[in-house]
Write a protein that binds this ligand. Sequence first.
Ligand SMILES: Cc1cc2nc3c(=O)[nH]c(=O)nc-3n(C[C@H](O)[C@H](O)[C@H](O)COP(=O)(O)O)c2cc1C
Length: 275
Amino acid sequence: MEIFQRLYKSGAGAIVSKSLSTKPWDGYHNPTFVGLDNGGWINAVGLSNPGAREFANIIKGNKDVPMIVSLVGSEPSDFAEMISRFDTENITAYELNLSCPHVAKVGLEVGDDLELVSNIISVAKSASNVPIIVKVGLGSTDYLSTVETAIKAGADAITAINTLRAMAIDVETQNPVLSNVIGGMSGSPIKPVAIRCVYEITDKFDIPVIGCGGISSWTDATEFILAGASAVQVGSAIGDDGMDIFKEINDGLLRYMDRKGFDSIMDMVGSVRKS
Ligand SMILES: Cc1cc2nc3c(=O)[nH]c(=O)nc-3n(C[C@H](O)[C@H](O)[C@H](O)COP(=O)(O)O)c2cc1C
């Protein structure tokens, strides 16, 4: 819990947990997270996590830190079971991870099955007293169809996007750099793709979108908000820049709003000029 308190004190508005499953998962063996020449990262951690029950114990009694609990599973009943483990008074929202690109039978394999997406969200909505956010990524089904299905099933918000399926090879050893061979790319190189997705979703649908992918400065966050994001998430940049990133983003956004005459973030959302 202490790490979440430190992140919150350093300026994050809320903490999104690692995705939790019904049972603890070990994940893949190393190497699981490698820096790329293009400034990005590639990972196949394999969704290692202590399981929903243990995580609920870890955050028990939390009063001050807004927690968004990320959940991953294969069946609608997995999500209902996990939600039942939490005291919802301490949870700001659940984020359903339907877009992990490197673990079979969960993530994108779920996100690509629209009937399953619909059933999972309906079941999660009935089990939860707090908003349900659905995290989408780029799989083999058009992600806009996944968003449409999620909205019809009752999703309260969308997070876009997850990492992009990717691979890197060590030319000296001729081995794939990741033990799992294929992983997900994150960091600056995916930012333009993520911004395009936020723009397309908010252009087409009336639902709040949390932008995610390659945010490492206040200008990155501003781009996402102008594209249509109501909030942003920061992942890889915490590894690169540490917790100072939140203050940098908050201060930069405030200066920008002052300079451009925006009274609130909501005034800024989607104000990209479309000529
Ligand atoms: C090491 C690592 C672990 C991740 N684990 C999860 C996870 O458990 N659940 C999830 O929904 N996304 C996970 N992601 C994806 C991030 O939440 C985010 O969608 C992606 O990295 C793009 O954002 P970024 O460029 O700011 O990192 C992970 C990313 C990295 C790099």
